[in-house]
Design a binder for this molecule. Sequence first.
Ligand code: FUB
Ligand code: ZN
Length: 632
Amino acid sequence: MRQIHISSYRPAGFAEKYQRLVADTVIPYQYDILRDAVPGAEESHAIKNFINAGRALRGEDTGDGFRGMVFQDSDAAKWLEAAAYSLAVFPSDELEREADAFIDVIAAAQDEDGYLDTRFTIKDREKRWTDLLEAHELYCMGHMMEAAAAYFEATGKRKLLDVMTKCALHIYRHFVEEGRDGYSGHPEVELALVRMYRATEERKLLELAKHFVDVRGREPYYFEREARERDWEVWGNDASDREYQQSHAPVREQQDAVGHAVRAMYLYSGMADVAAETGDAELSAACRRLWESVTQKRMYVTGGVGSTVHGEAFTVDYDLPSDTAYAETCASVGLIFFAMRMLEREHDGEYADVMERAFYNTVLAGMSLDGKRFFYVNPLECVPGISGAAATERHVLCERPGWFACACCPPNAARLIASLGKYAYGETHDTAFCNMFLAGEVEFANGVSLECSTGYPYGFEVRYDVRSGGRIAVRIPGWSRNKFTVELNGQEYVCEPEKGYVYIDAEDGDRITVTLDDAPRYVYASPKVPALSGKIAVERGPLVYCFEGADNGGDVLSLSLRRGGRLRAEKFDPNMLGGTAVISAEALRTADPGALYTSEEPERTPVTARAVPYYTWANRGVNQMRVWMPAE
Ligand code: FUB
Ligand code: ZN
């Protein structure tokens, strides 16, 4: 039986800290960005685009028209979706008023026939639906559908849901009833339509999602024909690069994760949704195959995916360079979406392990500790002077900018953090699943309710006080499989995890205590990854650690770790980097021989190297950073 999302989660601990940061800082900051009220930040114009589209529809002067990326609408949609999740956790009249007012503006920007995309409403109305390869109409509408469903679920208000249902039915008419060819160059609408179907029970929306999944990659090839038939383009992307938008084969036949990483993650998530709703075993098998390709051969240890800047894309198996990594924040958000859907399909802790890997490392690293600066690219090594400067590393920044002209990542991180509860807790009709260890109070729709208390990801004892009993499944992470204990009311509870979960029939008032392995550990990469030969990394719990100049005399490049050397987790320091625990490691420092090459054996001195969680890096100015260290 499919896991569904929990009915309510009230955060505490680490999750509360982050969700409050999103509510108090990130959402207001991003709203100001969207309405161009942050001096010095890249212009967004996203809200003005909606206002101007409304003017265009009323035949008024459209002022400064449309500005920004062709997918600028999606930044605003993701912000609204984050606001919806945040309202569900921390009700706020002010935020709800702002969101309602913005929804009025969005509704006024919808064309009579249901079409909603400000770029084509303000200008080039006749070009609608003629550049599915690049123009992102279905992508933007998909994001607004997700926002609509989330806002309806959070507030019970239907206005945006009705707007986006009308929009989805417009798309249905165009592509299904009127039989127009095509599908989105950037997947997103597929998963959004399933979400809308679940919120509205309108079956046409599921049919449309299935249609887009089914027609993708079929012959005759759509995008080349479309390119021949139109006399305009957005950027001039190569329509014959079939892998870039995952249309090189019908999705059921696709073998490897290829092309643009965010597109891939959203597509696979949509495929998994359609498979779940239709019981399509072939589609489900394709999802599993693609999952294995991503996670067993093409994923960074930080849960980053898409290793090259060229096309923001996957390359080939085991090509995971640290210094030129792309690992877009959005791609890891998408990987979490995909992982969640795989977990819904099959209760296997493997999926939640990846969810945590991507969340605690790449997604959190995508945002500064103060919630005001963001990484788009998430390298595993940063060397000021080379990173950002060398032609091969122009995309690798050593500090987070405040915003981007292409601002897909910041609101994506915000919506993920604000909705973390639905990834952490899931349920079937008879089981409450605790997938991640998020402190807080949870009420499941199946009647179970509990309170989770833990200092995770820095504390490794997780307590569940069961208020209303039932069958509870608690994940035992892969990294703790060899060392964990479970107690029920203080007594050892002897159990073997089944596919990464222990199942406990709990009564009202029971206390379940799970203690996980708190030891820091080394991580070794497959010898098939050439970039990682002879290197090791350090992890503790779900956190990948990195070595920064700030903790290591400014120089990380001359450090190597002693293979098998002792790792020591220092005490949690609430004043360091927003609250963290440093790990110290036995290391050697190699003296600089003063020449580019030398035949003299350089001098080495034993030292203690200090590592901090990867998600905290680059919060202390420009700085060297390494995740994978030479080992000897
Ligand atoms: O194309 C829309 C978004 O912009 C993608 O998902 C990101 O990778 C960025 O290219
Ligand atoms: Zn992005």
